[in-house]
Design a protein around this ligand. Structure first.
Ligand code: NAD
Ligand code: MG
Length: 383
């Protein structure tokens, strides 16, 4: 039996993690969780998980009300509150938060030798170096939930010798059938119509801009230790091939299944210690019912920032992430256009003077500074 802490229980990955826990009541017990604005969801989560003993809310103002309502449960709030959930009674933390806020709990859980199942890719985009340093030093363990990385991990577990490249598949997001010229007038409502996955708003926009794939390249670099030029992208309409490994002899090993995030969540919770299947193929041409297209960087130029973050490291990941978080938020609020997201990222990445080997405090400082710079750019329309 594993005692679990679930950060971001009210979100898309959080809710699907609760489904997986419910399916395996003898293997996992929910001890603590956090929710954001959707505090209405607390009652049902507690009802389904009587083992819960602490909860973190985003807003301090709601703590009193809930503390009175549930006197046997300890309530916390804010970023510090997230860390308080990860105490001695916890074996495993599932990080289903979105954004920079997921980095500190990831580092904290690993420093305390916990098992971390990570959906929050931003933690690796910003702090991949820090995360790997903690992993090397202590007994903490890290398992990916992101479907592409779960797929690659499975393939490498079967055969990691003579790897030529790892290939991340990409649906192309909501605008995959549009040319770049047609992106000028697209709306947030259009961008939120993802063709194959139902996810949180931020990642859905990130899929349309391809920032999500740039983040996933960085995530793959830190998880599997391959350089940028060995991590490739293949556009694949159906999202059934979750990713694949290409070997020196030309053979491929692939992970294939219908898109359902509960599969990679379950595998991560079982620490990849569960039966799984991968497939081999001579080429993608064998899969006649699927559609594949070569990736074109001129259509999705944000991918170049993944190369910069991987090759130069330091604080570039923090800038890429913070610029994107602010820009996506502004786009969702109809304050900027779709293509302005990449313009804001470009401007802030070019202006940034990299700081090598930053600690968490420095990353946080750069995160805050970049957000301020991004707000200024948006306010003064200087991008
Ligand atoms: P979501 O928006 O549905 O949920 C995010 C959760 O984080 C919510 O519970 C929200 O309340 C919480 N949260 C946000 N900001 C917070 C803050 N400042 N403090 C405390 N809590 C906060 O997002 P999601 O789609 O579930 O994605 C979660 C993570 O998983 C992201 O990093 C995303 O890139 C990754 N991911 C998601 C999917 C998917 O299918 N949804 C697939 C792969 C990876
Ligand atoms: Mg993914």
């Amino acid at each position: 039996m594993r005692n679990l802490c679930l950060l971001g229980a009210s979100g898309s990955i959080g809710r699907q993690t609760l489904d997986v826990i419910k399916k395996h009541p003898n293997d996992f017990s929910l001890i603590s969780f956090s929710v954001g604005h959707q505090t209405r969801k607390i009652a049902l989560i507690i009802k389904n998980n009587p083992s819960v003993k602490s909860i973190c809310l985003m807003e301090k103002s709601k703590v009193n009300y809930y503390q009175k309502k549930y006197p046997n449960i300890k309530f916390y709030y804010g970023d510090d509150g997230l860390l308080k959930l990860i105490d001695d009674s916890i074996d495993m933390m599932v990080n289903a938060l979105v954004g920079f806020v997921g980095l500190e709990p990831t580092l904290y859980a690993l420093e305390n030798n916990k098992i971390v199942c990570l959906a929050n890719k931003e933690a690796l985009v910003v702090g991949g170096e820090l995360v790997n340093k903690v992993l090397k030093k202590g007994q903490g363990k890290l398992y990916p939930i992101d479907s592409e990385h779960s797929a690659i991990k499975k393939c490498l577990m079967v055969d990691s010798s003579n790897v030529k490249s790892i290939w991340l598949t990409a649906s192309g997001g909501a605008f995959r059938n549009l040319k770049r010229e047609q992106l000028n007038s697209v709306t947030p409502e259009d961008a939120l119509k993802h063709p194959t996955w139902k996810m949180g708003q931020k990642i859905t926009i990130d899929c349309a801009t391809m920032v999500n794939k740039a983040f996933e390249i960085i995530e793959a670099h830190y998880l599997f230790n391959y350089p940028f030029d060995k991590i490739k992208i293949k556009l694949h309409n159906e999202s059934h091939i979750h990713s694949y490994v290409e070997y020196e002899n030309g053979e491929l090993r692939l992970d294939i299944s219908k898109p359902d995030m509960r599969n990679p969540i379950e595998l991560a919770l079982y620490e990849f210690n569960k039966e799984f299947r991968t497939y081999t193929a001579k080429s993608l041409g064998q899969f006649k019912k699927y559609h594949f297209y070569d990736f074109d960087i001129s259509r999705y130029p944000v991918i170049k920032w993944a190369e910069k973050v991987i090759n130069e490291k330091g604080t570039y990941g923090a800038v890429f992430n913070a610029a994107n978080e602010v820009a996506v938020h502004a786009f969702l609020n109809h304050e900027i256009s779709f293509l302005d997201i990449e313009r804001i990222i470009e401007k802030l990445m070019l202006e940034h003077e990299n700081i090598k080997h930053p600690n968490y405090e420095k990353m946080r400082e750069i995160d805050i500074k970049t957000r301020q710079n991004a707000y200024e750019l948006i306010k003064n329309r200087r991008y």
